[in-house]
Write a protein that binds this ligand. Structure first.
Ligand SMILES: O=C([C@H](O)CO)[C@H](O)[C@H](O)COP(=O)(O)O
Length: 207
């Protein structure tokens, strides 16, 4: 299982400094949606060249203009880009085509989608399917249960990621369950007093 550490709601300088500190420790560093919106690709495009170990994901949550946004994101250095699964299928076809052309990864964010709405997305068989509990939701999220239900319905989806308030306990449970390729941890790492130590603890729990 891989650890993706998400950096959200920080200044540009803090985002870049923390990304570089996390690079040697985690598998994927996520530049969160807030940073993409606040600063844009132009401010972040040199980051990848300063990385030595981790992959970099820009959480752009594409809704439309799939071709343009994905080409821009990969050219800015992303290894992985995100698109919202609930959007028009033509947008996902375009983002998938661009990801294949660039030989990089597409992450389909399944936020707020019902299990049965997801079936048409299975044709994107090399994509990462992200079970993502909304930051704004007040409902509880059982990550292992969501993964189990998704796997039962879509056994062919081999690349599963999960996000939304993941803590050490749920990381350990997901690791034991052994169905998830990537766990995404935001606040529990980037909001910790010592994000590097916190990331190390998550790595210990999942390896
Ligand atoms: O993608 C995210 C969210 O939509 C805000 O942009 C977060 O990075 C993701 O949910 C992980 O963060 P935590 O829920 O704080 O672990």
């Amino acid at each position: 299982m891989k650890l993706q550490a998400a950096i959200d709601r920080r200044s540009l300088q803090e985002t870049i400094e923390l990304a570089k500190k996390l690079d040697p420790i985690v598998d994927i560093v996520e530049i969160g949606t807030s940073a993409i919106k606040d600063f844009g690709f132009a401010a972040l495009k040199n980051l990848k060249s300063e990385f030595h170990h981790a992959e970099i994901l820009f959480d752009i949550k594409t809704n439309d203009e799939g071709d343009y946004e994905f080409k821009s994101g990969y050219k800015a250095g992303a290894d992985i880009l995100t698109v919202m699964g609930a959007m028009d299928l033509s947008t996902l076809k375009k983002t998938y085509q661009v990801s294949q052309d660039f030989h990089r990864d597409m992450f389909i964010d399944l936020m707020a989608m019902k299990n049965q709405q997801i079936a048409p997305l299975m044709k994107f068989n090399q994509a990462i399917f992200g079970l993502h509990h909304s930051h704004d939701s007040s409902s509880n999220f059982d990550a292992t249960d969501s993964v189990a239900k998704f796997h039962e319905t879509y056994p062919s989806a081999s690349r599963i990621a999960v996000a939304g308030g993941i803590d050490l306990k749920s990381a350990a449970a997901l690791s034991k369950q052994n169905l998830t390729e990537i766990i995404i941890v935001g606040g529990a790492i980037s909001g910790a007093d010592d994000p590097v130590q916190s990331a190390k603890k998550f790595m210990e729990v999942i390896k």
